[in-house]
Design a protein around this ligand. Structure first.
Ligand code: PLP
Length: 397
C-alpha cells in the first residue's frame, strides 16, 4: 500500500464516496439507487429463511433494512466515527429511540434545561406515562449536573449547542461524569452536524441528529439519525424494528445526497452567521447577541476547542420585548418566518411563542429565553443581502 492510500481520506471525500452501489453488469450508477420497495423476494424458502434470520447477509423487509437506508447508515457511521448508525422518519423519532433504548420504567434522565421543545414534551408528557422520570439541569454547570444525578439515573441528555440560547456543554467532562455514575451520555448534535462535531470521539455514547436540518440541508425532508457503538445500536435497532419509526428509502436517499455537500454548506452557514452576529452586535436596537463564535460568549473557548466551527444558529434580543421582536420579524423582506433550521434559506422564529411556547413563563425565564429574543438560522444567501435585510428590519425598532 502506498502512503497515499493509507492516509485516512478527508470528511467530504468520505461523505461523497462512502457508499457507491455495485450492481450486476458493466456501468454502475453514480447516484446510489433508491430501493423503493417494502420487501424482497427470494429464489427459495430456504434462502428466505437464511436471510430473514440473519444467517446470510441480504434484505428481507424494509422496516428492518434496505440497501438505500443501509448506504446512509454506513456513511453516517463513517463520518461520526461510530460502529453503527440507524435512520428514523424524524429527528424526534430518533430522540425517542435513543432514550427508550437505554432507559426503562423506574429510571431517570438528566436533561439540559435549554432542550429542544419536542424533547421537552417527550420527557414531560409521554415518557412519565412509561415510568421514565427526569430532572432538568444546566449542563454547563458540572456541580449542578452531579447534584441532579440519582442512583436511578441511566442517561444524561445534552445538545452540542442549545436551542435557542447557544450554550455549549463540555462533552468530555459530561461523559466522564455520566460514566462515573454508571450512566450514559447522549447528545443531540443537530446544530453542529457531523461536520462540526464528533461527540463519540469525546466519549459520548450516542449521537443523535434531526437530519431534517443540516444533513438534509434544503428543508425538503424529515429524518433522524442515531449513531454509536455496535452494542448500543443493537438496542436502538431492536426498538426501531419494534416501534416502526424507520426512515423511508426516498428520505434516506435525500439524506445521503445532503451529506455530499454538508461540509461546503456548513462552512458557508458558519461564515454567514459570524458575519451577521458581528453586524447585530453593533446595532442600537439589539440588547444581546448569542453566538458561540463571539469572543464574549461564555463558552467561546470551549466551543473553539470542541468543534470545527461555531455553526449557523444565533439568537438576539431586541428592545421592546415581544412587540419589538414581532416588529423586527415582520419587517424582514428576504428571511423567511419559519420554525425549522439548517435550510439554504435564512429562517427566523420567535422562540417564546414557537419552540419554547410549552414552557411556563418562569421556566422560559430560567432557560434564558426572553420575550424579545429572535432566533436566526442563517442561510446560504450572500452575506451582504442577509445583513441588509436585518439592517432594514432593525431600522425602526
Ligand atoms: C435540536 C433539535 N433536535 C431535534 C429536533 C426534532 O427534529 P424533527 O423535527 O426532525 O423531528 C429539532 C427540530 O426542530 C431540533 O431543533
Amino acid at each position: 500500500m502506498t502512503g497515499e492510500t493509507e492516509r485516512r481520506r478527508g470528511f467530504t471525500t468520505r461523505a461523497i464516496h462512502a457508499a457507491h452501489y455495485q450492481g450486476p453488469g458493466k456501468g454502475q450508477p453514480i447516484a446510489f439507487p433508491i430501493f423503493q420497495t417494502a420487501s424482497f423476494h427470494f429464489t427459495s424458502a430456504e434462502e428466505q429463511e437464511a436471510v430473514s434470520s440473519g444467517v446470510e447477509p441480504g434484505f428481507s423487509y424494509s422496516r428492518v433494512s434496505n440497501p438505500t437506508t443501509d448506504a446512509l447508515h454506513r456513511t453516517i457511521a463513517d463520518l461520526e466515527g461510530a460502529e453503527d448508525a440507524f435512520s428514523f422518519a424524524s429527528g424526534i423519532g430518533a430522540i425517542h429511540a435513543a432514550v427508550a433504548a437505554v432507559v426503562g420504567s423506574g429510571e431517570h434522565v438528566v436533561c439540559t434545561r435549554q432542550v429542544y421543545g419536542g424533547t421537552y414534551n417527550l420527557l414531560t408528557r409521554t415518557l412519565p406515562r412509561m415510568g421514565v422520570v427526569h430532572t432538568f439541569a444546566d449542563l454547563t454547570d458540572l456541580d449542578a449536573v452531579a447534584r441532579a444525578i440519582t442512583p436511578e439515573t441511566k442517561l444524561l441528555w445534552a445538545e452540542t449547542i442549545t436551542n435557542p440560547t447557544t450554550d455549549v456543554p463540555d462533552l468530555r467532562a459530561l461523559a466522564e461524569l455520566a460514566h462515573a455514575h454508571g450512566a450514559l451520555l447522549a447528545v443531540d448534535s443537530t446544530f453542529t452536524s457531523p461536520y462540526l462535531a464528533r461527540p463519540l470521539e469525546l466519549g459520548v455514547d450516542l449521537v443523535v441528529h434531526s437530519a431534517t436540518k443540516y444533513i438534509g440541508g434544503h428543508g425538503d425532508l424529515l429524518g433522524g439519525i442515531v449513531a454509536g457503538s455496535r452494542g448500543l445500536m443493537r438496542r436502538v435497532r431492536v426498538l426501531a424494528v419494534d416501534t416502526g419509526g424507520c426512515a423511508a428509502p426516498l428520505e434516506a436517499w435525500l439524506m445521503l445526497r445532503g451529506l455530499k455537500t454538508l461540509a461546503l454548506r456548513m462552512e458557508r452557514h458558519c461564515a454567514n452567521a459570524a458575519g451577521l452576529a458581528a453586524f447585530l452586535t453593533g446595532q442600537p436596537a439589539v440588547e444581546r447577541v448569542l453566538y458561540p463564535g463571539l469572543a464574549e460568549h461564555p463558552q467561546h473557548g470551549l466551543a473553539e476547542r470542541q468543534y470545527a466551527g461555531f455553526g449557523g444558529m444565533l439568537s438576539f434580543d431586541v428592545r421592546g420585548g415581544r412587540a419589538g421582536a414581532f416588529g423586527v420579524i415582520d419587517r424582514l423582506r428576504m428571511a423567511l418566518r419559519g420554525a425549522s433550521l439548517g435550510d439554504a434559506d435564512t429562517l427566523v422564529s420567535h422562540p417564546a411563542s414557537i419552540s419554547q411556547r410549552f414552557l411556563a413563563p418562569a421556566e422560559r425565564a430560567a432557560a434564558g429565553v426572553t420575550e424579545g429574543m429572535i432566533r436566526v438560522s442563517v442561510g446560504l444567501e450572500d452575506l451582504p443581502d442577509i445583513r441588509e435585510d436585518f439592517r432594514h428590519a432593525l431600522e425602526s425598532a
